[in-house]
Design a protein around this ligand. Structure first.
Ligand SMILES: NC(=O)c1ccc[n+]([C@@H]2O[C@H](COP(=O)([O-])OP(=O)(O)OC[C@H]3O[C@@H](n4cnc5c(N)ncnc54)[C@H](OP(=O)(O)O)[C@@H]3O)[C@@H](O)[C@H]2O)c1
Length: 275
C-alpha cells in the first residue's frame, strides 16, 4: 500500500484546513496534497505551505488517489456532477465530510461504482482533538478503509459505524456535541458570576474543569458515571448540585435534545439528497 497517497481537497474551507493542518503537523508531505477551490486568497495561503493549488476541481482529482470532498452540502451535487467523468476515469477513493448527503446520492452523481467513505467530523478537528464517525460503502476496500482512517486520524480519533444511518446518531453525539459542552460552559460561567466571581475567574475555572474532567474520563478505567459517584460524597456539596440537575430532568433533556438533533440530520439528508 502507498502509505502517502496523493490527496485532493475539493473545497479548502474550515474543515479542509483543519485536516490539512493535522496532516502537515504529522509530517504528511505538502507536495502530496492538492487543494482546489474558488477563493484565491485561501489558495495562496495553502500554496505558501507548499501545497499544490488550483481552482480546477478536475485537475486536482486527476492528480490524486484520494479525493476529500469538503464543500458545503448544498454545492456537493454540482461539484460531484462536474468531476464525475474524471472520477470514472481515475477511480480515486472519495471521502466526503459533507453533513447529510447519503453515499447512494453521491455515488449516483459521480456515475456509479465509486468507493465512498462518509465522515462526520466535528470542529475540535481545528485543534487536532476531533472525533470522526466513518462509514464506508460496499466499494471501499480494506486498504482504502485504512487510508481514510489514517488521513482523518490527523484531526483526532476515528470510529467506524456499520450502518450509514448511524451517522445521524454520530451527528447527535459528536458532530453537534461541542455546542452542548459550550452551552454547559456558558451556563457555569454565568452561574459562577452570580455567586460573586469575576467573569475572568469563572471562565478560567470552568474551562480548566471541563478539560480536567475530559482528561480524567479518558485516562480512567472506570465509566464517567462511576467517576461522578466518586466525587459525590453523601451530604457533601457536589451532591446538592447533582440532585438539582437530576430533579430538573437533565438526563431526560439530553435524550430529547439528541433525538431532535438525530431527527434533523435525517430530515436534512432527505432535503439535500433530492435530485
Ligand atoms: N465546520 C464544521 O464544524 C463541520 C462539522 C461537520 C461537518 N462539516 C462539513 O464540512 C464541509 C465543509 O464545511 P466547512 O465548515 O469547512 O465550510 P467552508 O468553510 O464554507 O468551506 C467550504 C469551501 O468550499 C469552497 N467551495 C465552494 N464552491 C466550491 C466548488 N464548486 N468547488 C470547490 N470548492 C468550493 C468554498 O469557497 P467559498 O467560500 O468561496 O464559497 C469554501 O472555501 C461541509 O459539508 C460541512 O457539512 C463541517
Amino acid at each position: 500500500m502507498n502509505s502517502k497517497p496523493t490527496l485532493a481537497f475539493i473545497g479548502a474551507g474550515n474543515m479542509a484546513r483543519a485536516i490539512i493542518g493535522g496532516l502537515l503537523s504529522n509530517g504528511y508531505p505538502a507536495e502530496k496534497i492538492w487543494a482546489s477551490e474558488p477563493n484565491i486568497e485561501r489558495l495562496s495561503d495553502l500554496a505558501k505551505l507548499g501545497l499544490n493549488t488550483t481552482d480546477d476541481n478536475n485537475l486536482a482529482v486527476k492528480s490524486s488517489e484520494i479525493v476529500i470532498l469538503a464543500v458545503k452540502p448544498q454545492v456537493l451535487k454540482t461539484v460531484s456532477l462536474d468531476i464525475a467523468e474524471t472520477v470514472q476515469q481515475h477511480k480515486p477513493l472519495l471521502i466526503s465530510v459533507a453533513a447529510g448527503i447519503m453515499s447512494t446520492s453521491m455515488n449516483q452523481w459521480l456515475g456509479g461504482n465509486t468507493s465512498i467513505v462518509r465522515c462526520m467530523p466535528n470542529t475540535p478537528a481545528l485543534v487536532q482533538t476531533g472525533a470522526n464517525g466513518l462509514y464506508a460503502n460496499d466499494q471501499v476496500s480494506p486498504e482504502q478503509r485504512l487510508q481514510a482512517e489514517t488521513i482523518l486520524n490527523a484531526t483526532g480519533i476515528t470510529l467506524w459505524v456499520e450502518q450509514e444511518s448511524q451517522l445521524d446518531a454520530v451527528t447527535a453525539v459528536s458532530g453537534s456535541g461541542p455546542a452542548y459542552f459550550f452551552l454547559v460552559m456558558e451556563s457555569m460561567i454565568a452561574a459562577g458570576k452570580k455567586l460573586g466571581l469575576t467573569e475572568e475567574t469563572a471562565t478560567q475555572l470552568t474551562l480548566q474543569t471541563a478539560l480536567g474532567a475530559a482528561k480524567m474520563a479518558q485516562s480512567s478505567d472506570v465509566s464517567p458515571a462511576e467517576l461522578r459517584r466518586r466525587v459525590t460524597s453523601p451530604n457533601g456539596t457536589t451532591e446538592q448540585a447533582i440532585l438539582r440537575f437530576t430533579e430538573g430532568g437533565l438526563p431526560e433533556l439530553f435524550d430529547t435534545a439528541l433525538k431532535a438533533c438525530n431527527d434533523r440530520s435525517v430530515e436534512l439528508a432527505v432535503e439535500l439528497g433530492k435530485d
